[in-house]
Design a protein around this ligand. Structure first.
Ligand code: DLL
Length: 434
């Protein structure tokens, strides 16, 4: 199969829907047969695989949420034997355990195909040097993008995140022409370029493909201006595959084409969960159509977006989704890492002398996100020696870092100083202006 699939991305809707329906039917049948938790939920809802006869019937199927992943941690929703799994990745769960996803060899190929397609939408070709500053590891960004670049036949520089000065030397010396990074890291690179007195003329950068965290139009303009590039949006999430679920094309000034032959999108009302028509904003829900190891049915992403009904100037018929404008839950993305306040709470409740009253303050200094955790301690601890308090601070910092992979500063505060809620506690103060 040709990874760009020009034929598929320009198919008339009826042709695309025929492919989607045939894939959906097979998927539902397979999942029903192989995965007990799916079967049980479908039985409870009184749905059998044969009830899926049209794309409209999708709405009969139960939703899947992060709780389902947690309840079946780590591998309980996989449809294949572990010996057929060739890779796992993980992202943040809502408490102590991560969300684990698995891939067969065919899934890795599908992923490389969709990522290669995404890159091609940004005009990347075999001649490009692709500077991949998404983190390599359990996060899907680094490796997901990496194999897409190789599939396309361009050159990948697997630089990963961090060590920013060295990244700039590499950009200059290797002639990086495409930048893959979170938008905030792109700004960090831009500032370092400025600090080092490197001229944009000494760089070959042409286009950036940024995602994994929310970013505004203003931020896009800043990235474009400071790096002298065109900055495009890419969307994805581990539970669906990783990066490569939707991608902005060069011709579109907003919105990302959803790769609908692989990932079926819906927008639902975040309160009633009723599907909403094209054009209305709500929670984005995805069903994977081609994944083997870990297919997912009606996954509630908690991301807010809308599907754009108008066709794109590029002529591709794949529907576009609007830039993500928010979330329906309290997940924060700090330096590209997904953080749930409940994870911080999980750390705190495990430590003696610490009260379950806390607040998380997020700020942006330059292009860097910082996280400060304010924690109430008990009377007895608060009157302890400075040394004891210092040790407690360090322990909280270490445990938060171990669990979340993000460093934070910790401020211990006197008992009863954090404002008590009269309803939903305000756990997070996010001062970032995106
Ligand atoms: O962030 C996958 C990815 C890697 C996407 C590299 C793009 C580039 P997770 O770590 O599972 O996967 O986080 C998924 O990140 O539900 C959104 O809330 C957020 N997110 C991802 N892309 C965008 C974007 C990767 N373009 C979560 N704009 C998602 C806004 C985004 N938010």
């Amino acid at each position: 199969m040709n990874w760009v699939d020009e034929e598929i991305v320009t198919l008339p809707r009826t042709g695309l829907e025929t492919i989607q329906l045939s894939r959906l039917k097979k998927l539902v049948k397979r999942v029903y047969e192989k995965v007990a938790p799916y079967r049980e939920k479908m039985n409870e809802a009184g749905i059998k695989p044969d009830d899926i006869q049209s794309l409209q019937d999708l709405r009969k199927l139960p939703f899947t949420t992060k709780d389902d992943l947690r309840d079946n941690y780590p591998f309980g929703l996989f449809t294949v034997d572990m010996e057929d799994i060739v890779r796992v990745h993980a992202s943040s769960g809502t408490t102590g355990k991560p969300t684990v996803v698995g891939y067969t060899e065919a899934d890795i190929r599908t992923w490389a195909d969709v990522m290669a397609r995404a890159l091609s939408f940004a005009g990347v070709t075999r001649g490009d040097m692709v500077h991949n500053a998404y983190g390599y590891g359990l996060f899907t960004g680094g490796l997901g993008a990496h194999y897409g670049v190789e599939r396309l036949g361009a050159t990948v520089i697997p630089v990963s995140g961090g060590n920013t000065k060295r990244q700039i030397t590499i950009m200059q010396d290797f002639g990086s022409s495409v930048l893959l990074s979170t938008p905030s890291y792109a700004l960090n690179l831009a500032e370092t370029i400025e600090d080092l007195g490197v001229s944009l003329d000494d760089l070959q950068l042409r286009v950036g493909i940024h995602g994994a965290e929310p970013w505004s139009e203003n931020m896009k303009e800043e990235v474009e201006q400071k790096l002298g590039i065109r900055a495009l949006d890419i969307y994805g999430l581990s539970e669906v595959i990783g990066p490569g679920v939707a991608m902005q094309c060069l011709e579109s000034d907003h919105g990302m084409h959803v790769f609908e032959d692989h990932f079926l999108p819906e927008i639902v009302d975040p309160d009633t969960f009723e599907p909403l028509p094209f054009g209305e904003a709500g929670e984005l829900v995805f069903t994977t159509l081609t994944k083997e190891a870990f297919p997912i049915i009606r996954y509630r992403t908690k991301d807010i977006s809308r599907l754009i009904p108008e066709t794109c100037a590029c002529g591709r018929t794949l529907v576009r989704m609007e830039k993500i404008t928010g979330r329906t839950d309290d997940m924060l993305i700090i330096r590209g890492v997904n953080v749930f306040p409940s994870q911080v709470e999980h750390v705190l409740v495990g430590i003696d002398g610490v009260e379950p009253h806390y607040q998380i303050e997020v700020n942006r200094q330059g292009s860097m996100d910082t996280m400060k955790v304010m924690v109430e301690v008990s009377d007895s601890v608060f009157s302890d020696e400075v040394k004891v308090l210092e040790n407690l601070t360090k322990r909280i910092q270490r445990e938060v870092k171990d669990l979340l992979g993000v460093s934070c500063s910790v401020k211990l505060v006197e008992p009863r100083t954090i404002q008590r809620s009269e309803g939903k506690a305000q756990r997070v103060i996010d001062n970032r202006e995106l």
